[in-house]
Design a protein around this ligand. Structure first.
Ligand code: ZN
Length: 318
């Protein structure tokens, strides 16, 4: 990832729900968001992920080396992901992206787990790694690795049982990273394509929530409250974190971040970007060859993974 804009406020470690950012609360002319009220949810406990297994997946993904679009390692990783989804309903969204660095094949991978309730919850994370750093020692353990792996572990939790709730679609996004310099036209190639496709075929209207995981493996986990996301969905994530006792890892800061959720935000889909942009002191490990396995911990994968699944279960119960 990503494009980062304003650092808004820091609050909420001890509070129940952090306040909205000054930017949001001061925009007096903006209409009140047409969001449902903060729900009081009685949902059952979601399953907990197998964090050591998620950590093992991260190791195996990182062992391929750098995985930028167009690379041999990227192709190997595509096979690795699909190889872990045997027996699941898997769909591809493949196309050629025309970028300032040339044309690249881009492939979003979607695994679908049907539910009894009408509607879809998408859980997404990118699997490509930074392109400009492709010829360095950069391997993207947290940035690319952790998101790939946690989705594979979600598949293990969802596979083989009909959900009593919404259908869940796991989405491994591709071409999230800029090839040169992050901008509207040089970023999130995969999700821009998929959002347009899902708008055309009517899928967009069925999506109840889009949960994005990015850089969630940092041993010192601090998930930001992200202000392009839907406030009510961020509130629900925080409720899920509180239910599991993990709220101290959530929402100490509010940031406005550009990430794979944006093409869906623009189409009115309620999104929550779960991202930790405090990766090493001053975020120094981000987009650095120091983004390696030793900076990650299975506990962080556990926290992020369990909170995401708990959020899904709470969405089911709304
Ligand atoms: Zn990145």
């Amino acid at each position: 990832m990503l494009g980062l804009f304003s650092v808004a406020c820091s609050a909420g470690r001890e509070g129940k729900t952090p306040p909205a950012s000054p930017r949001e609360s001061s925009s007096a002319s903006a209409p009140a968001p047409a969001a449902p009220p903060a729900p009081s949810v009685e949902a059952g406990l979601a399953p907990t992920i197998n964090a050591p297994r998620a950590m093992q997946y991260t190791k195996e993904v990182v062992a391929f080396g750098a995985r930028p679009i167009g690379s041999e390692n990227h192709r190997k990783l595509e096979q690795y992901i699909v190889g872990h989804l045997k027996g699941d309903e898997v769909e591809d969204d493949s196309f050629v992206a025309d970028t300032v660095e040339g044309k690249f094949p881009v492939r979003n991978i979607i695994a679908k787990y049907p539910g009894t309730k009408d509607g879809i919850i998408v859980i997404a994370g990118h699997y490509d790694t930074n392109y400009p750093l492709r010829n360095t020692a950069f391997v993207g353990a947290n940035d690319g690795g952790s998101s790939t792996a946690i989705l594979l572990e979600f598949a293990n939790q969802l596979r083989g049982k009909k959900r009593e709730g919404y259908s869940v679609w796991l989405l491994w996004t591709d071409g999230e990273e800029a090839v040169k310099q992050w901008s509207d036209s040089d970023s999130v190639y995969g999700t821009r394509h998929l959002a347009a496709r899902w708008q055309k075929d009517g899928t967009i209207k069925k999506i109840k929530a889009f949960l994005l995981a990015d850089m969630i493996g940092d041993a010192d986990l601090n998930i930001e409250r992200e202000s392009n996301s839907a406030p009510w969905l961020e509130d629900l994530v925080y409720q899920a974190a509180m239910k599991l006792g993990y709220q101290s890892h959530f929402f100490a800061r509010t940031l406005e971040i550009e990430d794979d959720h944006l093409p869906f935000v623009k189409l009115g889909v309620p999104c929550a970007d779960l991202i930790d942009l405090d990766y090493g002191y001053g975020n120094v490990f981000h987009h650095s060859p120091q983004d390696t396995m030793d900076k990650l911990s299975p506990k962080s994968l556990q926290i992020a993974g369990d909170v995401i699944l708990q959020t899904v279960w709470m969405l089911d119960a709304r």
